[in-house]
Design a protein around this ligand. Structure first.
Ligand code: MG
Ligand code: ZN
Length: 364
């Protein structure tokens, strides 16, 4: 994979200083003002405990720890103290709290424009990258409109309507091996998409106007099952494609599986997936520092597992977690912002306010 990394970085035209980045401590670009581009990095199910578990086991500090502009968002949904990822994603993508289970619609099922649709109205580009299927709740909330998060095939159909310039993740079968017999791959190609089905193919894409990366039949594998640096590579390929639009872009990147580790009460799973999010952030920070016009916001849709860390060893760098739930909890989650506009994200606010801040900063 090393050769892929070199190739993609050379193509995009900036350097990754892997693991040793100076972005740990400094982010030299101005933290006030207006960004041209916004990248929203969502750690599904990542509360402060999940984050601190990862911080507890690494020798160096995380890239997230270099944040100077830190806030908290309240995650509750329209109908529940503990949101699910559909309502949580919808709040972040559309600025409206809805019922758990709903994608991109109000509680009364009226459709809401999401950040990608709003970006398109102003001539900006938009995209989503995910380590789940792209039709799963979080990325779906930034593209689709459906009364149920479980309607994966209808959600896939909405990708051809909203036409994000880039979508990369799992979910090939929702586009090509459908129960209704449709195959959207030819239609995607007709609409100008370069379609790839593996990380290797993705990295060979050169100069696509539109890019559909459906890299697994269903969800992407876990880090422990060999996902490797897919999230970093996919994020960079997305940026490369979206940057072809001179008006700017909005990109949502999701580290989906922190949540699944939480549901399993599996501390190793959680930590590996948080570290993958953090490595991806490191790559994005290196890009944003050179680019100078990109705001990066990192947050979560909710905490998962009611995770606590009563035991650990600061010398061995180990932790032992306890859990109060196999579901989601209602606690506030952290927000970290880097780059132009980052100073807007300090303090306590609703998840829906995070949408409003991004909308205002991009002039949508
Ligand atoms: Mg998710
Ligand atoms: Zn969950």
């Amino acid at each position: 994979m090393k050769i892929f990394r070199t190739a993609i970085i050379a193509f995009i035209g900036f350097a990754i200083i892997s693991g040793q980045s100076c972005s740990r401590n400094t982010f030299p670009s101005d933290s006030s003002g207006q960004p041209k581009n916004v990248i929203l990095l969502i750690g599904d199910g990542m509360g402060v405990t999940q984050l601190y578990a990862a911080m507890s086991v690494v020798k160096k500090s995380l890239y997230l720890e270099s944040a100077k502009f830190i806030g908290f968002n309240r995650t509750h949904s329209w109908d529940d103290y503990s949101t699910d990822s559909a309502a949580g994603g919808t709040a972040l993508a559309t600025g409206v709290k809805t019922r758990n289970g709903i994608i991109g619609m109000r509680a009364d099922s009226m459709s809401l424009p999401n950040l990608i649709e709003l970006a398109h109205r102003r001539g900006l580009a938009g995209g989503v990258v995910s380590t789940s299927s792209v039709t799963h709740a979080t990325p779906a909330a930034f593209v689709a409109h459906n009364i149920s998060r479980n309607q994966y095939e209808e959600i896939a159909t909405d990708f051809l309507k909203t036409m994000p310039e880039v979508f990369i993740g799992g979910g090939y079968d929702n586009f090509a091996n459908r129960r209704d017999g449709a195959n959207y791959i030819p239609e995607l190609k007709e609409k100008g998409y370069t379609v790839v089905t593996s990380v290797e193919e993705l990295l060979e894409v050169d100069g696509a106007d539109r890019l559909a990366g459906l890299l697994a039949p269903g969800h992407m594998p876990a880090m422990s099952d060999g996902r490797g640096d897919m999230l970093s590579y996919a994020s960079l390929k997305a940026i490369e494609t979206l940057s072809r639009n001179e008006n700017g872009y909005f990109l949502m990147v999701e580290a989906s599986q922190i949540d699944w580790g939480g549901h399993e009460n599996n501390t190793d799973y959680i930590i590996r997936e948080v570290l993958d999010l953090d490595r991806t952030l490191g790559v994005l920070l290196d890009y944003a520092k050179l680019n100078g016009e990109t705001l990066i916001v990192v947050t979560s849709d909710h905490e998962t597992g009611g995770m606590a860390l009563p035991y650990g060893d600061v010398h061995d760098r180990s932790v032992a977690a306890e859990y109060t739930s196999t579901g989601h909890t209602g606690v506030i989650v952290p927000v970290f912002a880097f780059g132009p506009g980052a100073d807007e994200f300090t303090g306590f606010y609703e998840n829906t306010d995070l949408f409003k801040k991004i909308k205002t900063l991009l002039g949508l």
